[in-house]
Design a binder for this molecule. Structure first.
Ligand code: CO
Ligand code: CO
Length: 303
């Protein structure tokens, strides 16, 4: 699978049973605690392997770090990353570091997938039900954290969720026969959903009140504190999102929030939804049905 579709990771078939899955992701800190930042960056990078139905094998660290900063900070970032990669059952086997004005961390990850089990963007079918496994709003909360309007303690739930692996959710997707899966990151919920709709040539109906969000983020949306990426995401989707009635604007804004290490969006065959929800209950307690795939030109109707 090459560059023609915007899938979460590249897939290279080795033989009839094995294909490589490859992805890379890195970014500047979204939290102050270096250990947590390392964990979030690794969970985020691993997520694209899970979104393809893959199993991570090995990872390479990608590091930018200012020489003038205390190196114990870098050690903590790398310790967080290593712990997450090991939790995923994979290994860090090397990496590369450069001197830079601003710290950045991420990983290039190689995984394996059975070619018959690849979950991609182009396989969503009308009638399937959409499940989202983590709440939305960490982009807004991270913006508030940068502005010193909240502490890490105040947004602990969101930080721990961002550090949480999408491994279990991906296993559930496989178990219930889901074929179309993606993870919610920088383009926001609607941006990533739209990529799936476009690739599958279908439309979706989303029930706004059912989408899991961090309540705390609503306060900041009301104050107009939002990341620049949120406005960009809304701009990209102009004309693609239709509103079915009068909806609460602050809730709508959440659907465009650029997430870091967000949950999986899984398109589940209708007759397997109850099974999916019961399997996700302990694994991803915030997982919710948020809407369904319908026939039509790629677009989203929010009701
Ligand atoms: Co992705
Ligand atoms: Co990515």
């Amino acid at each position: 699978m090459g560059l023609d579709t915007p899938d979460d990771a590249a897939v290279y078939q080795l033989n009839s049973q094995h294909a490589l899955v490859q992805t890379v992701d890195f970014f500047t800190p979204i939290v102050n605690d270096p250990f947590l930042f390392g964990q979030i960056a690794a969970a985020n990078a691993l997520s694209d392997i899970y979104a393809m139905g893959g199993r991570p094998l090995v990872a390479l660290n990608i590091v930018a770090f200012p020489c003038k900063l205390d190196f114990s900070i870098l050690r903590e970032i790398l310790r967080g990353g290593k712990e997450k990669v090991e939790e995923a059952g994979a290994y860090i086997i090397g990496g590369h570091t450069v001197d830079d004005d601003e710290p950045k961390y991420g990983l290039a990850i190689t995984g394996l997938v059975n070619p018959d089990e690849v979950t991609s963007l182009d396989k969503a079918k009308p009638g399937e039900v959409l499940i989202l496994t983590k709440p939305l709003g960490i982009g807004i909360l991270a913006t508030a954290l940068k502005a010193d309007l909240v502490t890490e303690k105040d947004i602990e739930e969101a930080i721990l969720n961002a550090a949480y692996l999408n491994k279990g959710a991906a296993e559930v997707a496989l178990k219930v026969g889901a074929k179309a899966v993606t993870d919610i990151t920088g383009f926001g919920f609607l941006g990533h959903l739209f990529e799936m709709l476009k690739a599958s040539n279908v439309a979706a109906e989303i029930e706004l009140e059912k989408v899991p969000i961090y309540e705390k983020a609503l306060e900041f949306v009301e104050m107009g504190i939002m990341p620049a990426g949120l406005h960009n995401n809304r701009g990209f989707l102009e004309g693609k999102v239709h509103l079915g009635g009068k909806l609460q604007q602050v809730l709508l804004d959440m659907l465009y929030d650029p997430e870091t290490s967000g949950g999986l969006l899984i398109s589940v065959p209708e007759n397997r939804v109850d099974e999916a929800l019961s399997l996700l209950k302990d694994e991803s307690p915030c997982a919710s049905v948020v809407g369904k795939i319908v026939e039509g030109t790629p677009s989203v109707r929010v009701i």
